[in-house]
Design a protein around this ligand. Structure first.
Ligand code: TMP
Length: 210
């Protein structure tokens, strides 16, 4: 059976994921590709409830392992109930964040380390990975300034700059280790410049997979 492709989009706060997700969807629609758009944490009714728990600011401090396990709890539900069934039907899936975000935010940002992350990912997902990941890269200061304008900050957005710097370095080190899967896009330029880079990646991916 012709299975669909799984594309994810990643980056730190304020890099322009939403705008560029709309661009990617429109580009693929132009190629007559049936694509569903989803997000993490979230994507299923249970996952969206877990998202609320994760993003809410609370008086109690959250243990980093609790945070990591909730991310993966939502992800298991997402993969087994939504992503894999869609791919098996031949649909393409575009997810706003996936496992790379746990490596970057919990592994690097919270400094939980790669060994624990690798074990958890192998146990819960059994090697299931995106076919293509587009990482929008922007200096942390620029992204946070953009994110500021969006209104009240959630629990993650309220973190310190050093945390986000570790997250960004984490993403860049994953991209270095897996350059065929994760493509880094320089998100500092104009929308047109950013989308020209994304289009190049999409053309290459589409040609290799159609
Ligand atoms: P969003 O702002 O992109 O919707 O994502 C919500 C927040 O969750 C964002 O600050 C990144 C964080 N996150 C993690 O820390 N680990 C994860 O595995 C995922 C999927 C998101």
């Amino acid at each position: 059976m012709n299975t669909g492709k799984f594309i994810t989009i990643e980056g730190t706060e304020g890099v322009g994921k939403s705008t560029n997700i709309a661009f990617i969807k429109a580009w693929l629609a132009g190629k007559n590709i049936d694509i569903i758009h989803t997000r993490e944490p979230g994507g299923t009714p249970l996952g969206e409830e877990i998202r609320e728990l994760l993003l809410a600011k609370r008086d109690e401090s959250v243990d980093s392992r609790t945070e990591l396990l909730l991310m993966f709890a939502a992800r298991c539900q997402h993969v087994s109930k939504k992503i894999q069934p869609a791919l098996e039907q031949g649909q393409w899936v575009l997810s706003d964040r996936f496992t790379d975000a746990s490596f970057a935010y919990q592994g690097f940002g919270r400094e939980l380390g790669l060994e624990r992350l690798n074990q958890l990912a192998a146990w819960s997902l059994g090697g299931f990975k995106p076919d293509l990941t587009i990482m929008l890269d922007l200096p942390i200061e620029v992204g946070l300034e953009r994110a500021e304008k969006r209104g009240e900050k959630d629990r993650f957005e309220s973190e310190q700059i050093d945390f986000f710097k570790r997250v960004r370095d984490g993403y860049l080190s994953i991209a270095k280790a897996e350059p065929n899967r994760m493509k880094v896009i320089d998100a500092t330029g104009s929308i047109e410049q950013v989308q020209a880079q994304i289009e190049k990646v999409l053309i290459e991916f589409y040609e290799a997979n159609s």
